[in-house]
Design a protein around this ligand. Structure first.
Ligand SMILES: C[C@@]1(CC(=O)O)C2=NC(=C\c3[nH]c(c(CCC(=O)O)c3CC(=O)O)Cc3[nH]c(c(CC(=O)O)c3CCC(=O)O)/C=C3\N/C(=C\2)[C@@H](CCC(=O)O)[C@]3(C)CC(=O)O)/[C@H]1CCC(=O)O
Ligand SMILES: NC(=O)c1ccc[n+]([C@@H]2O[C@H](COP(=O)([O-])OP(=O)(O)OC[C@H]3O[C@@H](n4cnc5c(N)ncnc54)[C@H](O)[C@@H]3O)[C@@H](O)[C@H]2O)c1
Length: 191
C-alpha cells in the first residue's frame, strides 16, 4: 500500500532523535523547520550536530539508548547505524503509541520523511515511497527553482481575502480565478 500524505501538527508533541551522526543531523535540520521540542540521545555526536544543538538550545544526552527512553515521546527518529536497534525501538514504540521513523528500513517506519519545498505557508512534500530518495531530492530542487518567491505574499493576500469576505459561491469563484491567474502568469512572477 502507498503512504497516505498528511501534514502532522507537532504542537505539544515531544520528538526524540536517537543518533548524533550525519543522518541524524539531516533529520534534525528538517525537523527544526517545524518544531523546537526535540530531545537527542546518542553515544557520539558530530561537531556540526553539537553546534546546532547549542544554537537551538536543545536537550541532549551523550549516552547509549536504553529501553523505555521513548516512553514520553510522540515521535521517535532512529538515526543509528544499527538495524537491530532500529528494529528494537520500532517494536518498543508500539507499546507507547509513539510514531517511529527508522532511517535504514521502511519496515521499521510508521512514517517516512518526505523531501519538501517550504516557502512560509506553502509546503510541497515529495515522496518516492522510499524507491529513490535521490530522485525526491532532485525533484525538490527542480520545483524550488520553478516556484516564485513572491508566492508567500500572494498566499498572505489570499488568506486576508478569505477572512474578510463572506463565505459563499461568490468568494469561491473570486479566489479560484485569482489562483488560476497567478499560476497562468507563473513565468512573469518574481523567482
Ligand atoms: C527525502 C529525504 C528527506 C529527509 O532526509 O529528510 C530522505 N532521504 C534523503 C536523502 C538521501 N537518502 C539517501 C541518499 C543517497 C542516495 C539514494 O540512496 O537515493 C540521499 C540523497 C542525498 O543525501 O544526497 C540514502 C537512503 N535513504 C534511505 C535509505 C535506506 C533504504 O532505502 O533502505 C538510504 C540508503 C542508505 C545506504 O544504504 O547507504 C531511506 C529513506 N530516506 C528517506 C528520505 C525516506 C524515503 C523518502 C522517499 O523516497 O520518499 C526513507 C525511506 C526513510 C527516512 O529517512 O525517513 C532526503 C532528501 C532531502 C532533500 O534534499 O530534499
Ligand atoms: N534515511 C536516510 O536518509 C539515510 C541516508 C543515508 C544513510 N542512511 C543510514 O543511516 C544510518 C546512520 O548513518 P550516519 O551516517 O548518520 O552514521 P554515523 O555513524 O555517522 O552515526 C551513527 C550514530 O548512531 C549513534 N548510535 C549508535 N548506536 C547507538 C546506541 N545504542 N545508542 C545511542 N546512539 C547510538 C552513534 O553514536 C552515532 O551518533 C546508516 O545505517 C545509513 O545506512 C540513511
Amino acid at each position: 500500500m502507498a503512504y497516505f500524505p498528511a501534514f502532522l501538527k507537532l504542537d505539544g508533541k515531544k520528538i526524540l532523535i536517537v543518533g548524533g551522526g550525519n543522518v541524524a543531523y539531516e533529520k534534525l535540520e528538517h525537523l527544526l523547520d517545524f518544531t523546537k521540542d526535540i530531545h537527542i540521545i546518542a553515544n557520539e555526536f558530530s561537531e556540526e550536530m553539537l553546534q546546532r544543538i547549542e544554537e537551538e538550545n536543545l536537550v541532549y544526552e551523550k549516552r547509549k539508548y536504553k529501553k523505555g527512553d521513548i516512553r514520553e515521546f510522540a515521535v521517535a527518529v532512529v538515526a543509528v547505524d544499527s538495524i537491530a536497534l532500529q528494529a528494537e525501538i520500532f517494536e518498543e514504540s508500539k507499546q507507547y503509541n509513539c510514531l517511529c521513523n527508522a532511517v535504514d528500513s521502511v519496515e521499521y517506519c510508521d512514517f517516512i520523511f518526505p523531501s519538501y519545498v517550504k516557502k512560509e505557508d506553502l509546503i510541497i512534500a515529495i515522496s518516492t515511497s522510499g524507491a529513490s530518495p535521490a530522485m525526491a531530492k532532485h525533484l525538490r530542487k527542480y520545483l524550488q527553482k520553478m516556484i516564485p518567491n513572491g508566492i508567500s505574499e500572494f498566499l498572505q493576500e489570499m488568506k486576508k481575502l478569505r477572512k474578510s469576505l463572506p463565505k459563499g459561491k461568490e468568494r469561491m469563484k473570486m479566489l479560484d480565478e485569482k489562483a488560476k491567474k497567478y499560476i497562468e502568469n507563473w513565468s512573469h512572477n518574481e523567482r
